[in-house]
Write a protein that binds this ligand. Structure first.
Ligand SMILES: [Zn+2]
Length: 226
């Protein structure tokens, strides 16, 4: 329990459970963009963010949102964790913001929509939990990496998704769907790859055709081949 000004507050137990799980899975992870409670600038007056401590029926105000730093070098890949959370359909999830997109369990339930807030959320992901005590204080473990491993990496590749690289100098392969992600390789001009999924203008690539994803490429320089 902590204090901010005169008000006592605490973080929802389910979010502390999540952070403990992530900390033990990725002990070396960076925490620069981690966060729980908002500052008074965000929470003064009409502040309605879930990062603001609110009276939810207990003796102490509760913060029902958490930010976790994206640090793929340590294994703490926000994209992977977020996919696993979404796949789990955990009833505690209110909404998630990650990499310019938002997914809510209430509004357009479980469908990603574009997010145009001033912070693109590409350095961390945001999770808000449902403001109902039996849910936000649940200590049940969250479904994290195992689900994402089985659903994302080993998913069967649909046939007819072969594409050829038509960029004369080849095409950068990036860690995520956007230029803000690090380049992790390069596809050669003329190379034929398998597209396993799309995220807007970006294609998720299986470069070897072995069912494992290798990264993301900008889709404008890929044409489908039969
Ligand atoms: Zn946040």
């Amino acid at each position: 329990m902590s204090t901010q000004g005169k008000d006592k507050w605490r973080v929802a137990t389910s979010l502390l459970t999540l952070r403990n799980q992530i900390n033990s899975l990725y002990p070396a992870r960076k925490k620069a963009s981690d966060g729980t409670i908002g500052d008074s600038r965000h929470c003064g007056g009409s502040g309605t963010s879930d990062h603001c401590a609110r009276d939810l029926g207990g003796s102490v105000k509760v913060v029902t949102a958490m930010d976790i730093t994206h640090d793929p070098a340590s294994g703490c890949d926000a994209g992977r964790i977020v996919s696993a959370l979404v796949a789990s359909r955990d009833e505690r999830i209110k909404y998630i913001i990650w990499n310019k997109r938002i997914l809510s369990s209430e509004v357009s339930a479980w469908t990603w929509r574009s997010y145009n807030g001033s912070n693109p959320h590409s350095k961390h992901f945001h999770l808000s939990v449902v403001p109902k005590m039996s849910l936000f204080d649940s200590t049940a473990p969250w479904q994290l990496s195992p689900a994402s491993t089985s659903t994302t990496i080993s998913r069967p590749v649909p046939s007819g998704n072969r594409y050829k690289v038509i960029a004369r100098s080849g095409l950068r392969l990036r860690e995520g769907a956007g230029t803000q992600f690090d380049a992790i390789g390069r596809l050669s001009p003329g190379q034929v790859v398998v597209v396993t999924a799309t995220e807007g203008d970006w294609y998720e690539i299986d470069a070897e055709g072995d069912g494992f994803r290798d990264g993301f490429c900008y889709g404008a320089f890929l044409v489908q081949v039969s």
